[in-house]
Design a protein around this ligand. Structure first.
Ligand SMILES: Cc1cc2nc3c(=O)[nH]c(=O)nc-3n(C[C@H](O)[C@H](O)[C@H](O)COP(=O)(O)O)c2cc1C
Length: 198
């Protein structure tokens, strides 16, 4: 589930919300899963991974992650991302382009405080994407954190990322194969609207 807070009432955001509601009504699983592609300038590599979109707050799309992970290193080196959603229940793809930044420490602390201790123990105990000897070791680290860490305090190496799309493409598949592609691109504060050939 994505939480919509005071969402901007501009066309691409309204379309996003209407499609979200339709997918939700059609029991879309993993409705909040969004693929985020990043570019690591130093490695000269593009990479993608799914994260869970937690909030759309006014213009900002927000998810949470480890600030020392490979994705974080990529965002630090190059703040341009591409985000991609596919809701199979309604055959809709949404492509977005944006710059990404961290959310504030105050925001992270509040979010972390309200989460379950189990989730927080995992965030605290995992050096995300670093190699480890065994899966057992992962479980031991988690259990140690659950017993001995302050599970209400968000560590500095964990928190939110926010991106504000300047480009949306809504792709709607049709049985006739005449798929609909509608684009909104913001330039100089104005949304330019167009259709693309399928
Ligand atoms: C459906 C789904 C949702 C996920 N949500 C998150 C998330 O919200 N935050 C996160 O850090 N990783 C999430 N992951 C794990 C990431 O895909 C990825 O394995 C991890 O963040 C490490 O990525 P990195 O090595 O590129 O930094 C999710 C994976 C899946 C399949």
């Amino acid at each position: 589930m994505i939480i919509f807070e005071d969402m901007l009432k501009e066309k691409p955001y309204l379309i996003f919300k209407a499609l979200y509601d339709r997918a939700s009504d059609n029991n879309q699983t993993n409705i909040e899963a969004v693929s985020i592609s990043s570019f690591n300038k130093k490695l000269n590599e593009v990479d993608s991974r799914y994260v869970n979109l937690k909030f759309i707050s006014n213009v900002e799309f927000i998810f949470f992650s480890n600030y020392e992970s490979p994705k974080a290193t990529a965002f630090n080196s190059h703040n341009q991302i591409a985000a991609l959603l596919y809701w199979s229940s309604i055959n809709v793809q949404i492509r977005m382009k944006a710059k990404i930044k961290k959310t504030s420490n105050e925001f992270n602390q509040k979010y972390f405080f309200d989460r379950s201790e189990e989730k927080n123990a995992l965030a605290i105990s995992s050096s995300q994407s670093k190699p480890i000897d065994s899966y057992n070791q992962v479980k031991e680290n988690y259990n140690r954190s659950l017993e001995s860490d302050d599970l209400k305090k968000c560590p500095e190496y964990w928190g939110g990322y926010s991106f504000t799309p300047y480009y949306f493409e809504f792709w709607e598949g049709h049985e006739s194969r005449i798929n609909k592609r509608e684009v909104f691109e913001k330039t100089d504060g104005i949304w330019k609207h167009s259709f693309l050939q399928p």
